[in-house]
Design a protein around this ligand. Structure first.
Ligand SMILES: C[S@@+](CC[C@H](N)C(=O)[O-])C[C@H]1O[C@@H](n2cnc3c(N)ncnc32)[C@H](O)[C@@H]1O
Length: 213
């Protein structure tokens, strides 16, 4: 079933104990909200959220936050979480543009997974690796350490992102032009889009970017 405003996505999402409905109130308090000092990983544009839910299940010593602008997409994650009793995951329904109002130097890793590539030049500012977003990330990363993991099927967006990250002094720990056919140091957990692309045998581009190394 496809969820939308008419058939209750808003209600389902806002009533979930995993969804933070006033996330700006938690700015600077996310470790307190999770009840520990474990690292916090944030996924922007989580969509249906399979990756972040499964990562939370597999990594109880890491806190995860999935952010998504479209509440009907979030119903899947909310439904998955109902039966799981996970304490290390929160979801937020908002525009990624708001992150600096929600977090204050609390995020250890940002996941950008299969984000909309916005190929038209006039839409460049909407790309999650545009300099305006990289500046926002600086405001939410814990301390001076930055860490972004990006996965995409879009070669143009990938090339653009490598250029932008490099110009912003990120260092590439690992780059892959075909993630699913390479030995990786860390187990890859697939997103919903990624599962579909894997079936189609499309190459997945990947970068693990840090500053400093
Ligand atoms: C192509 S989908 C990928 C979803 C998921 N990451 C995956 O790999 O399955 C991109 C997602 O980003 C969300 N999105 C786009 N712009 C956004 C924004 N400014 N803030 C938050 N989410 C956004 C869309 O609603 C959509 O769910």
């Amino acid at each position: 079933m496809k969820y939308n405003v008419e058939n209750g996505a808003e209600r389902i999402v806002s009533r979930s104990p995993h969804v933070e409905t006033s996330p700006m109130k938690n700015k600077g308090r996310w470790h307190e909200i999770f009840g520990n000092n474990n690292p916090i990983y944030l996924e922007l544009g989580m969509g249906r959220g399979d990756m972040i839910v499964n990562m939370a299940k597999q990594n109880p010593d890491i806190n995860f936050i999935g952010l998504e602008i479209n509440e009907s997409q979030m119903v899947n994650a909310v439904t998955l979480l109902r039966s799981m009793n996970l304490k290390n995951i929160k979801l937020i329904n908002t525009d990624a543009r708001n992150i600096a109002d929600i977090f204050d130097k609390e995020i250890d890793t940002i996941y950008l997974t299969f984000c909309d590539p916005w190929p038209k030049e006039e839409d460049e500012k909407k790309r999650f690796t545009h300099e305006s977003y990289l500046k926002l990330y600086d405001r939410i990363f814990a301390g001076d350490r930055k860490h972004i993991i990006l996965k995409t099927d879009n070669k143009g967006f990938f090339t653009y992102s490598l250029e932008r990250l490099s110009a912003y002094f990120y260092i590439f720990n690992k780059v892959s032009l075909d993630l699913h056919h390479e030995e990786m140091p860390i187990k890859n957990v697939m997103t919903n889009f990624e599962k579909q692309y894997a079936k189609e045998n499309r190459p997945i581009y990947y970068v693990d970017a840090r500053y400093p190394r």
